[in-house]
Design a binder for this molecule. Structure first.
Ligand code: B1M
Length: 205
């Protein structure tokens, strides 16, 4: 069974061996893409009603197990310091698979990354910017309802006179370039690889 199929079908006990075997002749980034494909296919089945939440969770768990093996390999790429980024999934949202991939890619590219986790409220972002002075704040949201929280974070930074100190990057499935502009973010990235390129550009590197 292909790696994407193993994720789609939630074969959590088989994924580790399959990924280790695949690593012998496939690039880690390609394996990551296959694992993501499997998750997307599970998402499509959920959307069409063929999968229930429990099936989706099983697929997500299988994806995570696969990524545990891949993550250190992605981190081998380059390690020179590029800047500091704080990331989190906004309040009300517990989706973290995409955000974790973004974190992995940033770490691999040489950024200092602080991952605030999921369901992060705006005050936590404000507090972090005030005390730890990151170069970039990265916001992730997967729900059309929670993407609105991103604007709340930006407004809270403005209210605390901190907006000028940081660049803000947003991303997640329902987010678009247009939405990013409309809420006053500095940039949008459609995926984890692009997120690193966009961040480097934001910092003039
Ligand atoms: Co959820 N869920 N989910 N879910 N889930 C979606 C998002 C949904 C589209 C499914 C569907 O209906 N087709 C739908 C949202 C509909 C909408 O808002 N319009 C949905 C729903 C409705 C829900 C619940 C409400 C379901 C329920 O309980 N009835 C619930 C919400 C809970 C909450 O957050 N409060 C829920 C729960 C869950 C699970 C817990 C079961 C699980 C999450 C597990 C986890 O994350 N730990 C889950 C999953 C797995 C999904 C789908 C199937 C897959 C999401 C995912 O991980 N994709 C998703 C359907 C889909 O997206 N096709 C769905 C793979 C990941 C690699 O991609 O996250 O897009 P993505 O990240 C990408 C880019 O977006 C980008 O880079 C990443 C890597 O390339 N990116 C950034 C992300 N963040 C970025 C930040 C950046 C830059 C780029 O800069 C800072």
């Amino acid at each position: 069974m292909s790696l994407s199929k193993l994720v789609e079908e939630g074969e959590v006990y088989s994924i580790e061996d399959a990924v280790i075997k695949a690593l012998k002749n496939i690039e880690p980034i390609k394996i990551t893409e296959e694992l993501i494909d499997g998750l997307r296919m599970a998402g499509d089945k959920f959307k069409s009603g063929e999968y229930f939440v429990v099936d989706m969770m099983q697929a997500a768990e299988t994806f995570k197990e696969g990524m545990k093996i891949i993550k250190p390999k992605l981190g081998d790429v380059k390690k020179d310091y590029k800047g500091k980024i704080v990331l989190g999934t906004v309040q009300g949202d517990i989706h973290d698979i995409g955000k974790n991939l973004v974190v992995t890619m940033f770490e691999g590219a040489g950024f200092e990354v602080v991952d605030l986790g999921i369901d992060v409220n705006k005050d936590k972002f404000v507090e972090f910017v005030k005390n730890d002075k990151p170069d970039i704040v990265g916001l992730s949201a997967l729900l059309t309802t929670t993407m609105l929280e991103m604007e709340g974070v930006i407004e809270a930074l403005k209210a605390n006179n901190l907006r000028g100190q940081v660049k803000i990057m947003v991303g997640g499935a329902p987010v678009s370039e247009r939405f990013a502009k409309s809420i006053g973010a500095d940039s949008y990235a459609p995926n984890a690889t692009e997120a690193v390129n966009v961040a480097l550009k934001l910092l003039g590197k």
